[in-house]
Ligand binder design. Structure first.
Ligand code: NAP
Length: 259
């Protein structure tokens, strides 16, 4: 049964010990911070990303911190072929025989522009990376997730995936789609597998994507990725067993600034 409350969670040192957790977009931003946190709490982490150099840097940081040795799995979600997806599944199967957690964190912002003028090829790229690739990776890894005694799939949403906002275009639509995918898959898994499926909204977090979306924002006013990782550990770990089909916020809502 669920024992953790993601926003208030304080992770135990060995909370993820013995778990194998795959994370997309693990080379930077929130994905990097969650990968480091998962390893710090004992998980064997599969670092998925498109830039090997960035993944190697995260690998080195994990090993230097005394965490379990991760594996690096290069995957460009915009261009990956079916064979590359299969190769990731084969590598995880050969090394671990199962997968306990899958965090779909990678994302593409696209343009902030009106629907009327949104560039169609860019729209397709954003929907592909954010939604179709997450679907395809989930599909190919499901047998390994089913093989785990308590597996957690976590999609990454956003506040603009719950309430539409002008100019957020393909990004907002992709996040609505991920909320839907979470519910559909959670319902399919419910009662017939130990696989739980949830979505997390990290909230405003100081990353390259945030800077691109809010260039005029005072960066120091935005929480760093390392401050929100406990919610991810909670949802990927044993404390959230039994919780499925939910969308969770990693942070408390920010108070409006005084006038
Ligand atoms: P970020 O620093 O820009 O990280 C995005 C990650 O996605 C990077 O690791 C990037 O890899 C990866 N990525 C992009 N395109 C890819 C592709 N084709 N193949 C593989 N990986 C790809 O942004 P972030 O803020 O950490 O975002 C993480 C997640 O949180 C996203 O899903 C985002 O929508 C969500 N989110 C963020 C905020 C926020 O305020 N930061 C708020 C709500 C939701 P590279 O390093 O190689 O570019």
């Amino acid at each position: 049964m669920t024992t953790c409350e993601p926003r208030l969670h304080v992770a135990a040192p060995d909370e993820l010990s013995g778990r194998v957790i795959a994370i997309t977009g693990a080379g930077d931003g929130i994905g990097r911070a969650v990968a480091l946190a998962c390893a710090a709490h004992g998980a064997e982490v599969v670092l998925l990303g498109r830039k090997v150099r960035k993944l190697e840097a995260v690998y080195d940081e994990i090993v230097a911190g005394g965490g379990p040795e991760p594996i690096i799995a290069p995957l460009d979600l915009e261009r990956a072929t079916a064979r590359e997806y299969d190769a990731i599944a084969d590598a995880i199967r050969a090394r671990f025989g199962r997968l306990d957690g899958l965090l779909h964190n990678a994302g593409l912002l696209g343009d902030l522009s009106p629907i009327e003028h949104y560039d169609v090829p860019l729209w397709t790229r954003v929907l592909h990376v954010n939604v179709t690739a997450a679907f395809a990776l989930t599909q190919v890894l499901l047998p390994l997730l089913r093989a785990a005694p308590d597996a957690s799939i976590l999609f990454t949403s956003s506040s603009v995936g719950r309430r539409g906002r002008a100019y957020w275009g393909a990004y907002a639509v992709s996040k609505f789609a991920l909320e839907g995918l979470t519910q559909v898959l959670a319902d399919e898994m419910s009662g017939v597998t130990h696989v739980r499926v949830n979505a997390i909204n990290p909230g405003a977090t100081r990353t390259a994507m945030r800077r691109a979306a809010y260039p005029a924002e005072v960066a120091e006013s935005v929480p760093l990725p390392g401050t929100i990782t406990a919610a991810y550990v909670c949802l990927l770990g044993p404390g959230a067993r039994g919780m499925t089909g939910q969308t969770v916020d990693a942070q408390a809502p920010r108070l409006p600034r005084p006038a």
